[in-house]
Write a protein that binds this ligand. Structure first.
Ligand SMILES: N[C@@H](CCC(=O)N[C@@H](CS)C(=O)NCC(=O)O)C(=O)O
Length: 217
């Protein structure tokens, strides 16, 4: 099984899960700055030219939440409770909430402070975030209220929903997200940092053996 990755939030979910569950996989680092994800070979695997991508024999899968579900099924982990529809929908609810609401609210902060630094896109522009603060606060209040008396977002245990929601938010201090006044979110995120696989999910950088030059696809 191969997992194509870059050091960014969506691959982080998958890499952390692989490490946490002790799944045997080959990790292939994509040199994004050198255009590795824009090669025809990579586009054939993932037409979005994004990471992560999983290749398991002839089976190719992209989208980090789908990859996490696949990996849990393969490993027999209830972090994606396939055999408990009542639990599965709880996880699905938070995956959906993340993709439709939370990720959009924390994303601007993550972009300004983390993506720009990673890809050399210049200095963060705090003024660009002024209009993003109110929406983030609305959603943070929802999540903080939900996490009152809870250690995890779904099923009273660690699930892939925690990794889905925490992927950008875990860098909230660095990214100047206004989350300090939401004690349950801070407790939840700091608790996840206690998981070795979440705190350091990054494999060694072994690049893809792609031969074609980077091309616009
Ligand atoms: N919804 C996708 C997001 C994939 C995505 O946007 N990946 C980013 C890193 S977080 C990427 O590959 N960025 C590099 C680029 O766009 O060139 C998932 O969850 O897998």
């Amino acid at each position: 099984m191969k997992i194509y990755w870059i050091k960014a939030q969506a691959p982080r979910r998958v890499l952390a899960l692989v490490k946490h569950l002790g799944i045997d996989a080959q990790f292939i680092w994509m040199d994004a700055k050198a255009g590795a994800m824009k090669t025809a070979e990579y586009a054939a695997l993932n037409p979005n030219c994004k990471a992560p991508t999983l290749v398991d024999g002839d089976f190719v899968l992209w989208e980090s939440s789908a990859i996490m579900a696949y990996l849990c099924d393969k490993a027999g982990s209830d972090m994606w409770p396939s055999h408990r529809p009542d639990e599965q929908v709880q996880v699905l609810r938070w995956l959906s909430w993340n993709d439709n609401h939370w990720a959009r609210a924390v994303g601007p902060f993550y972009f300004e402070y983390v993506v720009k630094a990673t890809f050399g896109l210049g200095a963060p522009d705090p003024r660009a975030l002024e209009t993003a603060v109110p929406e983030l606060k609305v959603l943070a209040a929802v999540l903080d209220g939900w996490l009152e008396g809870r250690d995890f977002v779904a099923c009273s245990r660690l699930t892939i929903a925690d990794f889905q929601l925490a992927a950008m938010a875990c860098e909230w201090r660095q990214a100047d997200m206004p989350l300090a006044t939401y004690p349950n979110i801070v407790r939840w995120l700091d608790g996840l940092e206690g998981l070795p696989a979440w705190a350091d999910p990054w494999p060694a950088k072994r690049a893809a053996p792609f031969t074609s030059d980077a091309v616009a696809v």
